[in-house]
Design a protein around this ligand. Structure first.
Ligand code: GRG
Length: 297
């Protein structure tokens, strides 16, 4: 295990245990739905979004273990998007996290339903009592619902699909930034903003965290585009030809690989500048920021 991975071991174990212990495992009929949900939820994910959430909570000197249900909610939403994204009617991918995609094992219909059920499970987890004022928890749930829906990741996915059919002249940096900010950035933003709501951060800190989340989401997806372009399936654990097969609008496609790398570095510089302007208690965000930037998968 790499050193960087060790820094996240405790949080990953807490998150994995929460998910394991709270996922429905048996039903009188329809067992394959639960098996399909479990297959994706408990596979080898990096758990980046719930870790971001927990670290912002921890910065307020609050016991992160009391917030595992919300961290689990964020991961359940993320896993549903991965299952749906891989389906033949979206990206049609065969490999995810180094294993066959959900629909390859369980079939398209079960995978679709498992994704739906994970989205519902997300809100079941999000509604578990937290040690904060109920009105704050309602605000967190509303934020997650907004950024997870037609104002966030689903519209990002829609534009991603529409951009596949646009000619080169019609595609531009504005559309690309919209896709990345919504499809990928929205859930990263939700992870940070919901923690900011729970911990009642000041307006100034909230603004910095918000900007940091914006660039973190953008940087994460540019990195993803680049990795898919230059890496191998063994390392990233997913199809490396998927974007090109689907004529996806990506940073390497629009700008070329060198400029895409430069833009990624510019984003990272902005993230570090924002991080440095946060109060000192947010220091634990730095190694997850670095991990997201240097990741190989
Ligand atoms: C209703 C069909 C339908 C779609 C809903 C699926 C969807 C909307 C949006 C897709 C969002 C998506 C999959 C964005 C890609 C984001 C991304 C880079 C995911 C990979 O995240 P990692 O690297 O994955 O954190 P792990 O495997 O570590 O969890």
């Amino acid at each position: 295990m790499k050193n960087t991975d060790k820094n996240f071991l405790k949080e990953r174990t807490l998150i994995d245990d929460y998910l394991k212990n709270n996922l429905p495992t048996t039903t009188k009929y329809g067992q394959s739905l639960l098996d399909s949900m479990k297959y994706s939820l408990l596979s080898n994910g990096k758990r980046i979004r719930p870790i971001l959430f927990l670290r912002v909570v921890r910065a307020a000197n609050i016991d992160q273990e009391k917030f595992l249900s919300f961290a689990g909610a964020i991961e359940a939403m993320h896993c549903y998007t991965l299952i749906h994204d891989d389906l033949p009617l979206i990206d049609d991918d065969d490999l995810r996290r180094g294993k066959p995609t959900n629909h390859k094992l369980f079939g398209d219909a079960t995978a679709l339903l498992a994704g739906d059920a994970l989205l519902s499970l997300c809100f079941e987890f999000a509604a578990q009592p937290l040690p904060i004022e109920p009105k704050l928890q309602l605000m967190m749930i509303k934020k997650l619902a907004c950024l997870g829906g037609s104002k966030g990741l689903v519209v990002g996915q829609q534009v991603d699909i529409e951009a596949e059919k646009m000619t080169n002249q019609a595609t531009n940096s504005d559309i690309l930034e919209f896709i990345h900010h919504h499809k990928t950035g929205a859930l990263i933003l939700a992870s940070i903003e919901t923690a900011a709501i729970a911990t009642k951060v000041s307006a100034k800190t909230s603004q910095i965290l918000n900007n940091l989340a914006y660039y973190l989401g953008l940087h994460f997806q540019i990195t993803d585009d680049i990795l898919e372009f230059i890496s191998s399936e063994d390392i990233i654990g997913k199809d490396t030809f998927s974007d090109r097969k689907n004529s996806k609008l990506t940073y390497p496609k629009l700008y070329g690989i060198d400029l895409a790398k430069k833009k990624s570095q510019n984003c990272f510089n902005k993230i570090i500048k924002l991080f440095n302007s946060l109060p000192a208690q947010y220091h634990d965000l730095l190694d997850i920021i670095n991990y997201m930037s240097n990741r190989q998968r």
